[in-house]
Structures are given as structure tokens and as C-alpha cells.
Design a protein around this ligand. Structure first.
Ligand SMILES: Nc1nc2c(ncn2[C@@H]2O[C@H](COP(=O)(O)OP(=O)(O)OP(=O)(O)O)[C@@H](O)[C@H]2O)c(=O)[nH]1
Ligand SMILES: [Mg+2]
Length: 117
């Protein structure tokens, strides 16, 4: 009976969790993208002043529930010395969003290199 009830509870209340990495060069707009996404999809989230966002040194985590799925976004720092940390997260992630500042043409090839490495 316990197994049946706990299975039913899990079916109704437990969400499938997916981890999504947000990668890209520094200044590409990763943290801004995450903030905008949270503002759009989290009902009670007021959103922060976008001009107050500073460069990410550690990790920003954003959680968004979509239907029965819980999406955990991991926004990492894009500075060159932080890029070596990206691959530490690959094993636990289900997907990657790679952000490119398309206006910053001078850094497109640098972005391509960081993506391929
Ligand atoms: N015009 C414009 N500016 C943007 C956009 N997205 C981000 N920015 C600006 O670009 C700058 C960098 O944005 P961040 O979101 O901090 O960039 P990031 O990729 O998180 O950078 P790191 O944390 O250093 O890796 C900020 O001044 C933002 O306001 C956009 O879509 N349009
Ligand atoms: Mg950032």
C-alpha cells in the first residue's frame, strides 16, 4: 500500500528535472537572458534591474517550472579564465544554450573557438 501511495504521490507531485547550461563569451548576454527568461516564465518573479547585472564569476542558477518539468538553468561566467570550468558541468547537464552577441562581430571567431574547444 505504501509503495502504491508513494508512487501515486510521485506521479502527481514530482517533476522531471532538467539541467541546462548557459554558455558563451563574457559580455555575450547570458545572465541578462536568464533574468529575462525568469521574468517571463516565473509568475511571482519581479525581475532585477538589468543595468545592475555584473560579470559572473561563479554560477547563477535559475529554476523555471514548465508544465510537469523543472528546468534548472546554470549560467556560468564566460571570461577566458573561467571557460576551463565549463566542462565540469557537462556530465550533469541535459542541454546547452550557447549565447552569441551577434552585434560584436570582432568576437565572433573567438566565440566560435570557445564553442569548439
Ligand atoms: N543591447 C543589448 N544589450 C544587452 C543584451 N543582453 C545583454 N546586454 C548587455 O550586455 C552586457 C553584458 O551582459 P551580461 O548578461 O552580464 O553578459 P554575460 O554573458 O552574463 O557575461 P559574463 O557573466 O561576464 O560571462 C550588459 O551591459 C547587458 O546589459 C541585449 O540583448 N541587447
Ligand atoms: Mg553573466
Amino acid at each position: 500500500m505504501y509503495t502504491l501511495l508513494s508512487g501515486f504521490y510521485k506521479y502527481v507531485f514530482q517533476r522531471d528535472e532538467y539541467c541546462i547550461l548557459i554558455l558563451g563569451l563574457d559580455n555575450a548576454g547570458k545572465t541578462t537572458f536568464l533574468e529575462q527568461t525568469k521574468t517571463k516564465f516565473c509568475k511571482n518573479y519581479k525581475g532585477m534591474n538589468l543595468s545592475k547585472i555584473t560579470t559572473t564569476v561563479g554560477l547563477n542558477i535559475g529554476t523555471i517550472d514548465v508544465g510537469k518539468a523543472r528546468l534548472m538553468f546554470w549560467d556560468l561566467g564566460g571570461q577566458e579564465e573561467l571557460q576551463s570550468l565549463w566542462d565540469k558541468y557537462y556530465a550533469e547537464s541535459h542541454g546547452v544554450i550557447y549565447v552569441i552577441d551577434s552585434i560584436d562581430e570582432a568576437r565572433i571567431s573567438e566565440s566560435k573557438k570557445a564553442f569548439s574547444t
